[in-house]
Design a protein around this ligand. Sequence first.
Ligand code: HEM
Length: 484
Amino acid sequence: MCMPSNRCYKCLRQFRGGNLGTEGVKVPRGLAGGFQDLHFAFRCLYPFLGLSAKYGPVFTIYVGSLRVVVLYGQEAVKEALIDQGDEFSGRGKLALADKLAKGRGIIFSTGERWKQLRRFALTTLRNFGMGKKSVEERIQEEARFLVERLRNTHERPFDPTIPLTHAVSNVICSVVFGDRFDYEDQKFLTLIKLTEGNDELFRSFLAQLYNFFPTLMDYIPGPHQQLIKNAEEFKRFVLARVKMHKESLDLSCPRDFIDAFLIKMEQERQNSQSEFNTDNLVRSTLDLFFAGTGTSSTTLNYALLILLKYPEIEEKVHEEIDHVVGRSRSPCMADRSQMPYTDAVIHEVQRFINLVPLNVPHAVTRDTHFRQYVIPKGTTIFPVLQSVLGDSREFPKPEQFNPGHFLDENGAFRKSDFFIPFSAGKRICVGEALARMELFLLLTTILQNFTLKSRIDPKDIDITPLPSAGISAPKPYQLCVLPR
Ligand code: HEM
């Protein structure tokens, strides 16, 4: 991350310059050359603070030749995403995402298709009492498998990334495909490998170049080509599952997301405008899988690292778990309201790590009057979540990890309108409810069973994130878990 006093040469070069109005939007002129490397654009969040101090909460930058309007600060982000939610509900264009998703599914679609598929995914995830097991039971089941796996480390140091990724991914598998996989299952491991590979590849420089020069890059070898191949392999995997589901489908009893989608396809067979077709089924399934795996598992991974650094905070969570849940049954969602400290810790983890600092790019769906500006239809928008989660008016000393940010003077949980790690408005994360359940149930089950231990002195533990394009991940670390 570049600090204002320690800017990289690219930032310094690009942040020089004046003010040029275009369609009423302020354009810092020096940026017209644009960020040559999206890596730098994402890593260097501090310059956004600098730019907003100079140009205000609404300003334009260029990423390559792509014009982006940046919204910085709680007021601007809220006014756009909530008060003018319809206009700001489009999805910003990224050539690589276009190539992979072809405008299908939920994350990268817009308009009527997005509305239909999003509404369907939300209702289906909400109704998962579907089949025999509720989502809560599915997560509790997975938490037990995770505990068993952690117990098998026998107090030896290990990197928690893989066990957490497998557990979280299995929750999505259970919701989407109907069942979890064994951690050793080869198909499951291939699926995970493809997901992780994709995360890596998405971050690679050549893959990002694709966004600026798609036609040229189609002819150049590199990791972006692997991404395209991986997408095909994923597609084949999901299509095979869809085939299996079709063969055993019971129209009156959907077992999972795929069943529910197939039933909807059947119901809408006569409707020529329907978006419920196999292509959108495959892509929506992949969307849930991708969006739902790295996000929750990285948050949990980060939570464990932070608790290693602050054993006194872990100790208080242990006490609350012992008091409310005890040791003889699994934690459940009904416990959360009686566990304000643990709830505050999880909120503070999400605020502090700021998982998707810039948000996923939005776009305006029509010419939009916003404050004193007119933003032309299709313009890409960055509603910067970091600028809200890190607002010192709401969270004194935002750079410090402090669960007190979400507690009142009596120790009760304190809600905050500035808590928007899942974004806000019409595009708010489809998996928010699921993710919050996962974070609570998996973390409390781990801490019910284990005390975390680091091989290095807590004060030397580094909790700053890896430099990354889109997601704030912790640097790799080792931990030991001691049975309680
Ligand atoms: C800690 C966990 C998670 C965080 C912090 C998170 C955060 C986000 C953010 C910031 C967005 C972009 C919202 C916007 O465009 O304004 C998003 C979108 C999305 N998320 Fe999540 N997410 C998490 C977990 C999940 C899970 C578990 C699922 C799957 C069930 C999921 C599915 C989605 C989908 C489908 C979208 C696209 C929504 C749309 O375009 O309408 N997410 N998420």
